[in-house]
Design a protein around this ligand. Structure first.
Ligand code: ZN
Length: 173
């Protein structure tokens, strides 16, 4: 008998969807975050792994996997009215941050984010008129618990984040 038994079904996916735009994809969102949440992670050549804040406990740091930075905004996707985390590149993060004056609230602002079709497609961002005030937006949400599950290397919890692996290799924006 070689069947692998497990009494409980695997954990469900993350409650909040994490969106990484594919080539040619666009999404219109309302921002719920106060600021861009940023995380370091590792690219192991096949998919994204977590970077542990303790380098001695970090598999990626130990193995010398390249470190990457990913930014996230908690947003409402206007197409399906569902909350989600929108992944940003360092360049698109800078563009968004520089679009606001210091202290200016980004909650309630709306934007359309488009990924170009080229090999090294950048994210294009176009702001749209706000429909919500910062006060009327739901609370911001920290993406860390969701990302931890996506990037975790703990056996049985492995849920590597790998939509568009090849695109990630060509990512520059
Ligand atoms: Zn690391």
């Amino acid at each position: 008998m070689a069947l692998r038994r497990q009494a409980n079904p695997p954990e469900g996916g993350p409650e909040v969807h994490v969106r990484r735009l594919k080539k040619g994809e666009a999404v219109s969102v309302t921002i719920y975050s106060h600021a861009v949440w940023g995380f370091l992670c590792h690219w192991n050549g096949r998919f994204t792994e977590e970077c542990n804040e303790n380098p001695r406990e970090c598999r990626g740091c130990q193995k010398g996997y390249p470190q990457k930075w990913k930014g996230y905004l908690f947003v409402m996707n206007e197409a399906n009215r569902q909350p989600e985390f929108l992944e940003l590149t360092p360049t698109s993060r800078d563009f968004i941050v520089n679009s606001f004056k210091p202290g200016e609230e980004m909650r309630g602002c709306r934007m359309t984010v488009t990924r170009g079709k080229g090999d090294k497609a950048r994210l294009q961002i176009m702001f749209m008129p706000c429909l919500q005030t910062p006060q009327s937006c739901p609370k911001d949400l920290d993406p860390a618990p969701t990302l931890e599950r996506l990037w975790s290397m703990v056996p049985g919890r492995l849920r590597p984040y790998r939509p568009g692996e090849l695109e990630e290799r060509g990512e520059t924006a």
